[in-house]
Design a protein around this ligand. Structure first.
Ligand SMILES: NC(=O)c1ccc[n+]([C@@H]2O[C@H](COP(=O)([O-])OP(=O)(O)OC[C@H]3O[C@@H](n4cnc5c(N)ncnc54)[C@H](OP(=O)(O)O)[C@@H]3O)[C@@H](O)[C@H]2O)c1
Length: 272
């Protein structure tokens, strides 16, 4: 059997990708289509979502693609998605959609911070809890959480975002252990700065931090390649080194002081 056929047998026939219309999520969708999986793609903007689905369908006419235009930060959206997919055998969930709030915590509205918690924390946990059950019963499948190297320690001025990613890293690594006896693979992908809308629209001037950009395809491929092999992966050598230093060489308080200072300098003054 070819590598793609083994992948399809392990994680098919359907993969669900949140935030599949753009950035890293769209890269996941292309990679999974290439491996012959049918796709459920979710995002808010229906037009952009359907356009992405049509592009992928043209290149991969043999797979099926279903789109759901949903705001996953809204209370009942995951339940709606679950009901809409009951007939499908979802073998792979990629919990990728997220938002970033940046700047001083007290500058942001609590509604924005709460939406972040709903999308970055509650939605991935709910998806893993629901689809994990049928994967456990079938004794196969995969769940991939997209976190960030921001998960590797508190980050002033990205406080709620970094905390949400730390939650995902912890949840994913723990579930990797819990789900292993059921042959369900769980992986946390922690990208660094990646060339997408999220990074482009951020109010942090990343060039001041000398952070190199990776492209979304390379980032997503690193996740797909590590699935079933590891509990956690950081794409790119620089990103890996930054996370290593933050985790093993700096104390937690030094992390906060250093990154607090760097982010304070790099953030737009009106966000402080
Ligand atoms: N880019 C980076 O530098 C970077 C670094 C580290 C980690 N990450 C992580 O990588 C993941 C993907 O980020 P990205 O950079 O690819 O982001 P992106 O380019 O902004 O794409 C985000 C995707 O999520 C969808 N989305 C956003 N809010 C949503 C909502 N409320 N409900 C449903 N879908 C929603 C967007 O479509 P709609 O707007 O139409 O909803 C889009 O498809 C995120 O988890 C992010 O935290 C990114």
């Amino acid at each position: 059997m070819t590598k793609h056929a083994v992948f399809r047998q392990t994680y098919g026939p359907w993969a669900l990708v949140t935030g599949g219309s753009a950035g890293i999520g769209a890269s996941f969708a292309w990679i999974l289509a290439e491996r012959g999986l049918n796709l459920v793609l979710v995002a808010r903007n229906r037009e952009r979502l359907e356009q992405k689905a049509a592009e992928i369908q043209t290149q991969h006419p043999t797979i099926q693609i279903i789109t759901h235009a949903l705001d996953l930060s809204l209370p009942d959206s995951i339940t709606t998605l679950i009901h809409a997919t009951t007939e499908l055998e979802i073998g792979l969930v990629i919990a990728n959609a997220a938002v970033e709030t940046n700047g001083a915590f007290l500058r942001n509205t609590f509604d924005d911070e709460q939406r972040l918690i709903a999308l970055n924390i509650t939605a991935p946990a709910h998806l893993a809890h629901h689809y994990g059950q049928s994967m456990r019963d079938r004794r196969q499948g995969g769940i991939l959480f997209v976190a960030s190297i921001a998960a590797y320690g508190p980050l002033p001025y990205l406080a709620n975002y970094a905390a949400s990613k730390a939650y995902l890293l912890s949840l994913g690594e723990a579930l990797h252990y819990e789900f292993k006896p059921y042959s369900v693979d769980v992986l946390v992908l922690s990208p660094g700065l990646t060339d997408t809308d999220m990074a482009g629209q951020s109010e942090i001037n990343w060039s001041q931090l000398y952070a190199p950009y990776m492209d979304a395809d390379t980032t997503a491929l690193a996740g797909i390649r590590a699935l079933g092999k590891k509990s956690s992966v950081i794409p790119g050598t620089t990103n890996f080194l930054v996370a290593f230093v933050r985790k093993y060489l700096l104390t937690r308080s030094l992390n906060i002081i250093l990154f607090g200072h760097l982010l304070r300098r790099a953030i737009m003054p009106n966000r402080l």
